[in-house]
Write a protein that binds this ligand. Structure first.
Ligand code: SF4
Length: 281
């Protein structure tokens, strides 16, 4: 069995930066809180929780804090995140700089009186944050949804940082054809573009793809969806989910890709387990 791990796998710049910030802070004396999971990987969140890092579920939870440090997660926060929180606890911003750039673009487009169209998942915390910076916003998930929009007048278009490069390009062309004055900003981060094209190439030459990462991770789900268009694909969080029946008795070429919030250790464990399965162990 031939096993190939995608070169661009594992923690991206923004995730590594956020996890480093939290781990460093957790070795100090202060209690550490995050506004929601700092990244979308349950295994990493459990590990941080063992180090004493508490994940808050809402702004109300943050308002109830009396002391400690609150770390803003990679996906950012809503514009109206209560200012009162920073009067009680120190706030450390671990928003990924690429998400921060998208927030600034939404703010600028809004200040210019433009309606802001965002390609993304309306319920994802990053998108909820982006929408909060706009006076008037519409969120679309697919190119088909773009055809239902009123594209007249002053508009701007951008994307959640982890969306499909292909969908963004198709919608951009569609909008430009109908409104030449529309302002379009490609806010998909570089690591997302690289991983998507690498996964596509790897999936094309693999009999099976295993995509490793949080089931709640937008970028990992996107990689699995791209891969699924080309070959049999399994999305798992850890090696425990691997099934012998996927591999046994077959001479296969297996590709492995991991999302931007998946630790390398977990990806290596998956590769090791697949090797053992192929050796009949
Ligand atoms: S996937 Fe991109 S936007 Fe998201 S945390 Fe990583 S570098 Fe930042």
């Amino acid at each position: 069995m031939k096993i190939t791990i995608a070169k661009n796998s594992g923690f991206c710049f923004g995730v590594k930066r956020a996890v480093d910030i939290v781990e460093k802070l957790s070795s100090g004396r202060d209690k550490i809180y995050t506004n929601g999971p700092i990244i979308h990987n349950p295994q990493v969140i459990r590990s941080l929780s063992r180090q004493g890092v508490k994940t808050l579920n809402s702004s109300d939870d943050a308002l109830r804090l009396r002391d400690g440090l609150l770390v803003i997660r990679t996906h950012g926060m809503k514009k109206d995140f209560p200012e009162a929180v920073s009067k009680k606890v120190r706030v450390i911003d671990a928003t990924c700089p690429f998400v921060g750039r998208a927030q600034r673009i939404v703010k600028k487009l809004s200040a210019e009186g433009r309606k802001v169209i965002i390609l993304g998942d309306a319920h994802h915390p990053e998108v909820e944050g982006l929408v909060s910076y706009a006076e008037d916003a519409a969120v679309i998930k697919t190119p088909r949804e773009a055809s239902k929009l009123d594209l007249r007048g002053r508009i701007g278009f951008l994307s959640q940082t982890t969306q499909s490069v292909g969908d963004f390009a198709a919608i951009s062309r569609y909008i430009k054809k109908r409104n030449a004055e529309a302002m379009i900003f490609d806010t998909i981060c570089r690591t997302t573009s690289l991983r998507q094209s690498e996964v596509e190439k790897l999936a094309r030459k693999s009999d099976i793809m295993v995509v490793v990462g949080g089931k709640n991770s937008a970028n990992t789900k996107r990689l699995a969806a791209i891969s699924r268009k080309h070959t049999v694909t399994y999305h798992i969080e850890t090696s425990r989910e691997l099934k012998k029946s996927w591999f046994v008795g077959k001479k296969l070429s297996v590709g492995i890709a991991a999302g931007a919030s998946t630790p390398d250790r977990i990806t290596r464990e998956v590769a090791g387990r697949i090797k053992k399965i192929s050796a009949g162990r």
